[in-house]
Design a protein around this ligand. Structure first.
Ligand SMILES: *[C@@H]1O[C@H](CO)[C@@H](O)[C@H](O)[C@H]1NC(C)=O
Ligand SMILES: *[C@@H]1O[C@H](CO)[C@@H](O)[C@H](O)[C@H]1NC(C)=O
Length: 508
């Protein structure tokens, strides 16, 4: 009001000139490739609650969260989103978004209260069976993770992932699930993010089970987890694939790591850190040679010798084990949040425990001068997802990639334009990886459907498209602005850099 029309016209003209001269790729609507599937993900411990419902036994995360002082904001996972009770509302939210699939995980101690396959819980398996049926009835494909970190405490008491027998226990558990749900579930993910549950759980005081055996127990657990994964895959391949016609693979956190500068030392260091970060788990499965990455074998052997160990702290894989693990994934499950930059300059002995995973890397890391996100490991560096997808393509002969997690965390509420910015920028980089670089990405999964129990950060850290009111008995869920945006993105099947929805209230 009161602004002369010719001023408005001039502003409009200038705006038009500016938008038409910025690089066209940034402002273009981009149609999604034919067949790219879109979904959202959650994990059992983070959303279900019902921690002692029916005959469920405690998981390592129940025990860990009940230890005083372990979770930053003092919350626990007893109830979280109460999805064990309210899963039908989750399905309504998935329908609202219009997703093609829903990635969720199964709680091992809910299905097998002893940890072993001697007794299958009717309540436990019944819950997941109803969830699968109702997803399918609503046209939503179930994508199921067997293990997203909630190990039965009874198995932890026997050493958990540090006990090589876990490969057999995991195979038995996988068989129970293939038998009970495999007629309807066609995408299985064996393990979610081995680095995170092993290095943080067995090498530092950050995650359950809180075994601090840095640079030793964690490396033993990695070998056992790879063997467990491979057993579950071979089982599916031999006994179920033909009749159930599904696929089975692993999900690896593939955040990007690179040298801080372009010096040859930093560039080579970046490659080694990427091996520690992701290659540790992916090289044995996806490379043509199999086994652990050479750079890691060499570095850990050298450090171990310096430290007086008579043998490398990195366990050996026999040729038989290498062959057993190699090729055991029908797809590369790819989780990605951000990128870190590394240099050995300024690293001094004693910055990290000796021995440890970080001391084996022996470098300092940063997010350079990128504006830090409220939850630092989701700092927005979109080009990194493109580099990480190319790293997978170049090292492992362009496998089929399922992006099984990508998302943004903060401490805020339903008005979350910065989450939308993150998704837009990362999806734009994913489309470059597909269309320009030829990466074979077939699905994209937003993490997460709703705010939930974010591990050591507790209920306060929020990655959801839906807000959950944790003070309300009913755990009412509300669509955030980003949920409205994702809903539109799925409906349009194209990425519009300028689109921002109008907020409107949607409660579930
Ligand atoms: C969760 O359960 C544990 C074990 O019973 C209990 O000590 C704790 O107080 C519970 N947490 C809440 C928030 O009620
Ligand atoms: C990409 O993956 C799909 C599904 O596995 C496969 O059918 C297709 O041949 C792959 N494309 C390329 C270019 O490798």
């Amino acid at each position: 009001m009161g602004v002369p029309w010719h001023v408005l016209a001039a502003v409009l003209a200038v705006t038009l000139v500016i938008t038409s001269t910025v690089s066209s790729s940034a402002a273009e609507m981009r149609k999604l490739p034919e067949g790219l599937k879109l979904g959202v993900a959650t994990a059992s411990f983070q959303i279900e609650g019902g921690w002692n419902a029916a005959d469920k036994s405690p998981s390592i995360w129940d025990i860990y969260t009940h230890m005083p002082g372990k979770i930053k904001d003092g919350t626990d996972g007893n109830d979280t989103c109460k999805s064990y009770e309210f899963y039908q509302r989750d399905i309504q939210m998935l329908k609202f978004l219009g997703v093609d699939f829903y990635r969720f995980s199964i709680s091992w101690p809910r299905v097998l209260p002893t940890g072993f396959a001697d007794k299958i819980s009717e309540d436990g398996i019944g819950y997941y069976s109803r969830l699968v049926d109702e997803l399918l009835a609503n046209g939503i494909e179930p994508v199921v993770t067997l293990y997203h970190w909630d190990l039965p405490q009874s198995l932890q008491d026997l050493g958990g992932w540090a006990n090589p027998l876990i490969a057999d226990w995991f195979e038995d558990y996988a068989r129970v699930l293939y038998d009970a749900l495999g007629d309807r579930v066609k995408t299985w993910i064996t393990l979610n993010e081995p680095k995170q549950f092993i290095i943080y759980g067995y090498g530092m005081e950050r995650f359950a089970p809180n075994i601090v055996s840095a640079g030793i127990g964690d490396y033993i657990a990695v070998k056992n987890a790879l063997m467990a994964h491979a057993k579950a895959w071979h089982l599916y391949d031999k006994e179920y694939r033909e009749k159930q016609k599904g696929t089975c693979g692993i999900t690896i956190a593939t955040d990007f790591r690179e040298g801080l500068s372009d010096t040859p030392e930093d560039v080579e260091l970046g490659r080694m850190v990427m091996d520690f970060e992701a290659g540790f788990y992916s090289h044995p499965i996806f490379s043509s040679t199999g086994g652990f990455p050479e750079r890691m074998i060499k570095r850990i052997a050298e450090k171990s010798a310096e430290q007086g160990f008579p043998r490398s702290r990195l366990p050996e894989l026999s040729q038989e084990e290498i062959d057993f693990i190699k090729g055991t994934s029908d797809f590369y499950g790819f989780n990605h949040y951000s990128t870190k930059f590394y240099t050995a300059d300024g690293y001094t002995k004693g910055m990290y425990p000796i021995p440890s995973y970080e001391d084996d890397i022996g470098a300092v890391s940063s997010y350079k001068d990128y504006p830090p996100a409220p939850i630092i490991h989701a700092t927005k560096i979109p080009n990194g997802i493109r580099k990480a997808l190319n790293w997978v393509k170049d090292n492992y002969n362009n496998p089929t990639v399922l992006i099984t997690e990508n998302g943004y965390g903060n401490y805020g509420g339903v008005d979350d334009p910065e989450r939308i910015d993150y998704y837009k920028a990362y999806l734009d980089a994913v489309l470059d990886a597909i269309e320009v670089d030829g990466c074979n990405v077939t699905t994209y999964t937003a993490w997460s459907l709703m705010d939930n129990f974010e591990w050591d950060s507790g209920l306060g850290a929020k990655f959801g498209l839906f807000e959950v009111d944790f003070d309300d008995e009913q755990r009412t869920r509300k669509a955030k602005l980003s949920a409205l945006w994702y809903k539109d993105f799925i409906a349009q099947r194209s990425l519009d850099p300028d689109y921002l929805p109008q907020f409107e209230e949607n409660k579930f």
